[in-house]
Write a protein that binds this ligand. Structure first.
Ligand code: NAP
Length: 292
C-alpha cells in the first residue's frame, strides 16, 4: 500500500500534488489552509479525507507532510506543527521550494522526523488544476535518506523524472532555473525591442523571431550550447558587431549595456568552440567593452 500524505498550504502546488498523488494511489489524509473555507474548497477539489485551518490536526499519524505555503513562512509553519505534536519520528516532512534547502525544516528534524525538499521544476499556473500535471517534468530532491527515497518514488509514480542535488547547491540550482526561464523572457523582450526599432510592429516582432528561437533551442538540444552558436561573434565578423554597437548606441541607448554584456560572454563560448581567432576575439572584446 502507498503511504498517506497531508498538504499544508493548498495553493497551486499543494492542490496539484493533492490531485495527482491521489490519482497515483497515495491516500490524501488531510489538508490545511489558514482559512477554513479555503481548506473546504481544496478538499472538494482534491477529495481529501479531512480538512482544517489548524495544520497539526491533519498531520498527526500521516506518513508524508508537504508544507506548500509561500517560501517565507515554511519554517514558521513547520515549527508550529512540530511544537503542537503534529509530527512523530516516523513523519517525513517535505517542502517544494526551489531556492531553499531542506534544512529550513529543521524544527521537524528536532522531533525526529525526516526532512527533504521535492521541487517540481515547472511553472504551475493559478488554479488551472487540469493542466498542473507532473507528467514528463523534472523534480529535484535533497535531504535525509528517507525523504529523498520517498520523493524519488513519488516522482516516478507521478510520471516525472527525479534528480538528486546537493543541499548546499540549491541556490545555484535555482539561479540556473531563473536564468533558463525568466531571463529567456528578458532576452526575447530585448530582441523584440530591436525588431520594433527596425520597423516590425510589436505583434509581428516575436512571430518573425520565433522560428529562429525554436530552431536554436532544437540545435542546443542536439549539439549543446557551444556547437549551437552561430552568427557574427562565432565567425569573428568584427565589422558587423561594430555596426550593431553603433546603431544600438544611437537608436536604443538603454539597451547597449545588455548587448555588450551578452556579447562578451558569447566570445567565451565562441572561443570554446574553436571558431574564433585570437586576434578577432581581442578586437571584439575591445568593441564590446566600449573601448573602441
Ligand atoms: N507556483 C509555482 O509555479 C511553483 C513551482 C515550483 C515550486 N513552487 C513552490 O511551491 C510552494 C507553494 O507555492 P504556490 O505557488 O503553490 O503558492 P500559492 O499558490 O501562493 O499557495 C500557497 C498556499 O499557502 C497558504 N498559506 C499561506 N500562508 C499560510 C500559513 N501560514 N499556513 C498555512 N497555509 C498558508 C495559502 O492559502 P491561504 O492564504 O488561504 O492560507 C495558499 O493556499 C512554494 O514553496 C513555491 O516556492 C511553486
Amino acid at each position: 500500500m502507498k503511504p498517506s500524505f497531508a498538504i499544508v498550504g493548498c495553493g497551486k502546488v499543494g492542490t496539484a500534488l493533492g490531485i495527482n498523488l491521489s490519482k497515483a494511489g497515495y491516500r490524501l489524509a488531510g489538508l490545511s489552509c489558514r482559512a477554513e473555507e479555503s481548506a473546504k474548497k481544496a478538499a472538494e477539489i482534491t477529495g481529501a479525507e479531512e480538512y482544517s485551518h489548524i495544520p497539526w490536526d491533519i498531520t498527526k499519524n500521516v506518513d508524508i507532510i508537504f508544507i506548500t505555503t509561500p517560501d517565507g513562512v515554511i519554517t514558521e509553519v513547520c515549527g508550529e506543527i512540530a511544537r503542537n505534536g503534529g509530527l512523530s519520528e516516523a513523519s517525513i516532512v517535505l517542502h517544494c521550494s526551489g531556492s531553499h534547502p531542506s534544512t529550513i525544516l529543521s524544527p521537524a528534524r528536532e522531533t525526529g522526523a525526516s526532512i527533504g525538499s521535492m521541487h517540481p521544476l515547472q511553472s504551475f499556473a493559478a488554479a488551472d488544476h487540469a493542466r498542473n500535471s507532473f507528467e514528463g517534468i523534472i523534480v529535484s530532491t535533497e535531504g535525509d535518506n528517507e525523504a529523498v527515497n520517498i520523493s524519488k518514488e513519488m516522482a516516478k509514480d507521478l510520471g516525472a523524472t527525479c534528480i538528486t542535488i546537493k543541499t548546499e547547491a540549491k541556490t545555484l540550482y535555482h539561479a540556473s532555473a531563473v536564468v533558463a526561464c525568466n531571463y529567456l523572457v528578458t532576452l526575447q523582450d530585448f530582441a523584440v525591442r530591436l525588431m520594433e526599432a527596425a520597423g516590425i510592429s510589436g505583434k509581428e516582432a516575436f512571430q518573425v523571431l520565433k522560428p529562429l528561437v525554436m530552431g536554436t533551442l532544437s540545435n542546443i538540444e542536439k549539439a549543446g550550447t557551444v556547437k549551437a552558436l552561430t552568427g557574427p561573434i562565432a565567425r569573428g565578423d568584427v565589422e558587423t558587431v561594430k555596426t550593431h554597437v553603433n546603431d544600438i548606441r544611437s537608436r536604443e541607448p538603454d539597451l547597449i549595456a545588455l548587448y555588450n554584456t551578452l556579447g562578451l560572454h558569447t566570445i567565451t563560448i565562441a572561443e570554446a568552440g574553436g571558431t574564433l581567432s585570437e586576434e578577432a576575439a581581442g578586437e571584439l572584446r575591445q568593441i564590446l567593452s566600449g573601448k573602441d
